[in-house]
Design a binder for this molecule. Structure first.
Ligand SMILES: [Zn+2]
Ligand SMILES: [Zn+2]
Length: 169
């Protein structure tokens, strides 16, 4: 992770929502899970992790969608841009804002992701996972199990990795 500035700004496609962070990203990563695929319309959501102590929305109010109690997904209600997602509880939240790399004003400040979550849903051929990257299968991730326990909900693995209930065949 390299940065050229400690101030990070970005926003959605139509400009209604803007954000800033006064501290550099902690890491860059991708989530390949089916929920993130549907949310972005891409093979993965690509994000930088920013501390919620230093991250804030500076213009507009994003809408929040929660496909499960685990995760908030913040997006622009006007243009639909996927802006940020945040886990509700430890160990991955709630103090980490995972902000979409495509929404940054200056993308040259972040290096390519070396962390890949939800690899069980990785779509072959579209996005290379470089050798040496940290790769996590969401179905086997103890962190999500801990998060579900903290929220008092059942952890099945498939809930995150599979299609949402409304898409059942
Ligand atoms: Zn917008
Ligand atoms: Zn995901």
């Amino acid at each position: 992770m390299t940065t050229t500035s400690t101030s990070i700004t970005g926003g959605c496609l139509c400009g209604a929502i803007r954000y800033e962070s006064t501290a550099p990203p902690q890491m860059a990563g991708a989530c390949h899970c089916r929920m993130c695929q549907r949310w972005t319309g891409a093979v993965a959501v690509m994000t930088v992790a920013l501390d919620t102590e230093t991250f804030r929305f500076t213009r507009g109010e994003p809408r929040v969608y929660m496909a499960s109690p685990l995760l908030e997904r913040h997006f622009c209600a006007d243009c639909g841009s996927s802006l940020m997602h945040r886990y509700a509880v430890a160990p991955y939240g709630p103090n980490v804002a995972r902000v979409g790399i495509g929404t940054l004003d200056d993308q040259s400040m972040v290096t390519a992701p070396n962390f890949h979550f939800g690899i069980e849903s990785h779509v072959d051929g579209w996005l290379e996972v470089r050798e040496g990257a940290v790769v996590i299968n969401a179905d086997e991730d103890p962190g999500l199990g801990d998060a579900c326990e903290a929220l008092g909900i059942e952890w099945t693995g498939l809930r995150l990795a599979g299609n949402p209930p409304t898409a059942e065949p």
